[in-house]
Write a protein of this length. Structure first.
Lengths: 284, 347
């Protein structure tokens, strides 16, 4: 339904009006640990419905930026404003991570942070945590409404299991799964939250070409079919250039470039940041 | 032989006992629990009551340590709060068992939450030290607040009555202890297949990810402390009503360590492991005692030595267990089940 809304809007009034709405507005964010400045006056906007890539050399501050958005780090300066589906605006720098999750922001981690001893199903069910009502008493009884709630959310989770094609491992403990599958389960757990905004921290790190292609397809499907706005950190430039709508480049905690993939790719500052002083044509 | 288990509804797939064989096994176990007291001697009934109460306490500790990953050395203190609260309500205010036990549980839960506050900042061994403080403080209060607790003297309470029956025999108390143990186990099993329990396990496995997925970690840690100490208080209050003589010496740091041993030997993060561990740790000393008595006539020299080496045998058994099956008795039980599941084609 939401998908058709988007396409009709785009068809009626031109491609840009729908995506012009800023969902996330990051302004002048500065984050330092003691004397080390991780982010300095970083600002960007993420529009509703786009895939927004955050790239840069190692240590540029990409993950720190995501941690600020999901509330794990608190920047010393600046603001991060998130506009939810109802149009209400929230200042994320003042909220707890669990509160930010309730607003509809989910994420995955660079090093997989799954609940290792739980089954795939239970990991995904935790993604439904914020949508469930059960408390100690109803859970301890597991009767009537609570049982219905568990079953209803199990159905939602099974949708995601179908989507990610992990039916055969749903009862397996996550810790025993292969690396690529764990990455997929982590994406599933984030999707189970029904996020409006999804933060992906190197979803393809350490994967082979085939796994990367699968993951790229899942990310595109998530964006288009499930109408999820995505912020993506990725080192594989081929993937970034192929699937992202816009790219922001960080280097040593500063933003050095922003724009469409082909603009960023030819930006001398970006080439310099990646390759050093001497300039030559970069093959992405 | 089965080739797999398949369900057509999510309800069946999410059941507690999913296969007929599970249900049969449960029925046999409950039937045994019902028949047992009519056949057993006082001695065995006493042991059964001890095991039931220890199981309750172990489930409580397992919720905190095994499932939520918050190490606690304060189990003895929490049981003491439960026991003394129940005893004081009964002895000083004359409250019956169906009031003094629930009240004691609530008080213990509040005390547990208070001593769980450091878990906001502390993890692992550091948290263990903080809960050790709970143990020391509670013990000190009990032995020094003489006007309320009787101090180092034992607190004596009247034998409880329920439905006009005095629960002053092992046989009569058995029904209370065992049904409370079953209820506690059922509550815990339900908890850990639904929302709240999953959040607990998530905190144990990966607390940052839990926070980011929307679990309010601090709140749930305190909730784990509350539930765990509520159940510890239940065990303590039942013990008080069972013995009717409450002495602080039953709830020292040794008790805390005893229950940690129970859940480690039984299996961390398992409900049936709590029962296995409690049974093992209660029956082993009894077994060694009986062995000593049996040897008194045939081999008095060995029997004379036995009390001296009793603690050593106990320790040795625990060490052997940890080396041979680190995941505890619950894992052994699972191995046995797996063996028979594929028997006789075990390849």
């Amino acid at each position: 339904m939401t998908l058709s809304n988007r396409s009709t809007a785009a068809g009626a009034t031109g491609a840009d009006t729908q995506t012009d709405v800023a969902m996330l507005r990051v302004q002048d964010v500065t984050l330092s640990f003691g004397g080390v400045t991780a982010l300095l006056d970083v600002g960007f906007e993420v529009r509703r419905g786009e895939i927004f890539a955050l790239i840069g050399p190692n240590g540029a501050g990409k993950t720190s930026m995501l941690n600020c958005i999901s509330g794990l780090y608190r920047p010393q300066q600046g603001s991060i404003r998130f506009t939810d589906a109802q149009g209400a605006s929230h200042e994320l720098t003042r909220l707890k991570p669990s509160h930010i999750a309730r607003l509809g922001i989910a994420r995955t981690f660079q090093n997989i942070e799954l609940f290792r001893h739980m089954s795939v199903l239970d990991n995904l069910m935790l993604g439904r945590h914020v949508h469930m009502r059960g408390n100690v008493f109803t859970c301890g009884l597991y009767w009537g409404r609570q049982q219905q709630e568990e079953i209803a959310h199990r159905e939602r989770v099974e949708d995601i299991i179908d989507f990610l094609e992990i039916e055969n491992i749903r009862h397996k403990p996550v810790g025993t799964l292969a690396y690529g599958l764990q990455k997929r389960v982590e994406l599933g757990r984030a999707l189970a939250l029904d996020p409006a905004l999804l933060l992906l921290d190197e979803p393809m790190a350490g994967m082979n070409v085939e796994e990367k292609e699968d993951m790229a397809r899942f990310i595109l499907d998530t964006n288009q079919e499930r109408d999820v706005t995505i912020i993506l950190i990725e080192h594989d430039m081929g993937v970034v250039m192929d699937i992202s709508d816009r790219v922001t480049v960080l280097d040593f905690g500063r933003k050095i470039s922003e724009g469409r993939p082909e603009q960023v790719r030819n930006d001398p500052l970006v080439i310099q940041a990646y390759l050093g002083e001497e300039q030559f044509q970069l093959r992405w | 032989m089965e080739s797999g288990v398949f369900f057509t509804t999510y309800k069946a797939d999410m059941g507690l006992r999913r296969k007929p064989v599970h249900k049969v096994r449960l029925l046999v176990f409950v039937a045994f629990l019902i028949i047992f007291p009519f056949l057993a001697s006082r001695y065995w009934l006493n042991l059964a009551n001890q095991i039931a109460i220890a199981t309750i306490s172990a489930i409580g500790l397992n919720i905190l340590v095994g499932y939520t990953g918050q190490i606690s050395l304060g189990q003895g203190a929490f049981m003491a709060v439960g026991a003394y609260s129940a005893g004081i309500f009964a002895a000083r205010f004359g409250l019956p068992i169906y009031l003094n036990v629930p009240l004691a549980c609530l008080i213990t839960a509040a005390v547990g939450v208070f001593f769980g506050l450091p878990s906001l900042r502390l993890k692992g061994l550091y948290l263990a030290m903080a809960t050790l403080a709970a143990q020391v403080i509670v013990e000190w209060i009990i032995t020094h607040w003489t006007s309320l607790t009787g101090g180092t003297e034992a607190l004596v309470m009247p034998a409880p009555t329920l439905f006009g029956q005095r629960l002053n025999t092992d046989f009569r108390f058995y029904w209370i202890a065992v049904s409370m143990a079953l209820l506690t186990a059922l509550f815990a099993a339900n908890l850990f297949r639904s929302r709240v329990g999953r959040a607990f396990v998530a905190i144990r496995d990966q607390d940052i990810a839990a926070e980011v997925i929307g679990v309010d970690v601090f709140r749930y840690k305190l909730l784990a402390f509350a539930i765990s100490s509520f159940i510890a208080g239940l065990a303590g209050a039942l013990l008080a009503n069972y013995r009717t003589i409450i002495s602080w010496e039953r709830f020292t740091i040794e008790t805390s360590i005893f229950y940690l041993a129970v859940i480690i030997i039984g299996g961390l993060g398992t409900i049936n492991g709590s029962f296995f561990g409690a049974a093992f740790m209660t029956l082993l000393p009894a077994f060694i005692n009986n062995l000593g008595r049996a040897l008194q006539t045939t081999a008095p020299a060995v029997a004379g030595l036995l009390p001296a080496v009793q603690q050593a045998i106990f320790g040795l058994a625990i060490i052997l267990f940890l080396v041979l099956e680190p995941e505890g008795l619950a894992k052994l039980w699972r191995n046995v089940k797996d063996y028979f599941y594929v028997w006789p084609f075990s390849y």
